[in-house]
Design a protein around this ligand. Structure first.
Ligand SMILES: [Zn+2]
Length: 366
């Protein structure tokens, strides 16, 4: 009796699963549904930028020892004249990266230093970190990059979270101002990472594929808290030039970002990893690029040469409804802003030439 019940149950389960499978011909899950567009419109698949450009947001961890020639080959194909490696670290490693550049391609790479946050809270830590920055700049660094671990995971010697505006870090920001080098800083992450992970969340797929990116109000703090810390720090150091990475995580609210840039004249932005936000609002974005044309730098972040085409197309063309390269950033299509040459030149190189020291201006047109 028991056995036949089990058998019946097994057949029933097979029936249910087959019924479920046949249903997939009508129901489609979001991750699989990705049909090529049938729209026929003019297409300009740009593989190279219209003007030589400077990518201010790149990471080359292996720079102390790597063969830079492999990068140059790809850079030349894209028309990237100068790559800014934000992962320069400090001390000896930084020196070795600078030496590698000097020995092989002295004009094509710029290195930013990084702060070692171990020991915040110990006597004289801030002054020591500022001295290290001074040494790194003397050794060839031309900027400072602050990673998102500040605000997220950096703790002081008592185990307390170090806030982005912690006054114990002030000597670093003041030193950067004194040395006239920019500080490119990434704080927090896209706000949806803090929101419930459900059908209302635009970053659902990114959280599903990268569960480690999920945040909450207590892990480590609310999004607004982190962003406010960053803005307070910017305002506390008006003589230091900052570049807020990823459009300060306001690429989806350009009116707000404009208001922030108005309040903080020492702040600039770069659009690494957020071109999909600009490509879904080409008219609003074009207005923003027109108004803030002196405050925007070209950044990409992850080094995948074939992905730059999306950036060039959004900036330069008036193409309509073309695909983005990562569904977890954008399940929507892109539209080009069609920026005029004078704005393109500022975004591609003029603003970076003004803000980042020691880039050879002769590599770029007037
Ligand atoms: Zn980055």
């Amino acid at each position: 009796m028991k056995f036949s019940m089990k058998k019946y149950l097994a057949f029933f389960l097979i029936f249910i699963s087959l019924a479920g499978r046949s249903q997939t011909t009508q129901r489609m899950d979001f991750e699989n549904y990705n049909p090529p567009s049938t729209l026929v419109v003019p297409q300009h698949k740009l593989t190279m930028a219209k003007f030589p450009f400077i990518d201010v947001h790149n990471h080359q961890e292996e720079m102390p020892d790597m063969d830079l020639g492999t990068l140059i080959t790809d850079m030349d194909k894209l028309n990237m004249k100068v790559m800014v490696n934000l992962s320069g670290r400090n001390g000896d490693l930084l020196k070795r990266s600078v030496q590698n550049i000097k020995d092989h391609y002295p004009k094509r790479f710029i290195v930013f230093a990084n702060v070692d946050f171990n020991g915040v809270g110990s006597e004289g830590w801030g002054e020591k970190a500022a001295r290290q920055l001074e040494t790194d700049v003397r050794n060839g660094a031309n900027g400072l990059k602050i990673f998102k671990n500040l605000g997220f995971s950096v703790r002081d010697i008592h185990g307390k979270r170090v806030t982005v505006d912690d006054p114990r870090l002030d000597p670093i920001w003041e030193k950067a101002g004194e040395l006239k080098i920019p500080v490119l800083i990434h704080t927090a992450d896209p706000k949806p990472f803090w929101d419930p992970m459900d059908s209302m969340n635009e970053r659902w797929l990114e959280l599903a594929t990268h569960p480690g990116r999920k945040r909450s109000n207590s892990d480590p703090a609310p999004w607004d808290t982190l962003i406010s810390e960053q803005h307070r720090m910017f305002k506390n150091h008006p003589h230091t030039t900052f570049i807020a990475a990823h459009f300060g995580w306001y690429p989806n609210n350009l009116a707000k970002l404009g208001q922030l840039l108005d309040e903080m004249p020492n702040v600039n932005v770069e659009f690494g990893a957020v071109i999909a936000e600009l490509g879904r609002q080409p008219r609003m974005a074009k207005q923003f690029f027109t108004k803030y044309q002196d405050r925007i730098l070209f950044g990409k972040d992850s080094w995948v040469p074939e992905e730059y085409t999306t950036y060039f197309r959004v900036l330069e063309t008036e193409d309509e409804y073309f695909p983005y390269h990562k569904k977890y950033h954008a399940f929507w299509a892109m539209y080009g802003m069609g920026l005029p040459d004078d704005i393109l030149k500022k975004v591609y190189y003029k603003n970076a030439l003004r803000i980042i020291p020691n880039i050879d201006k002769t590599l770029f047109p007037e």
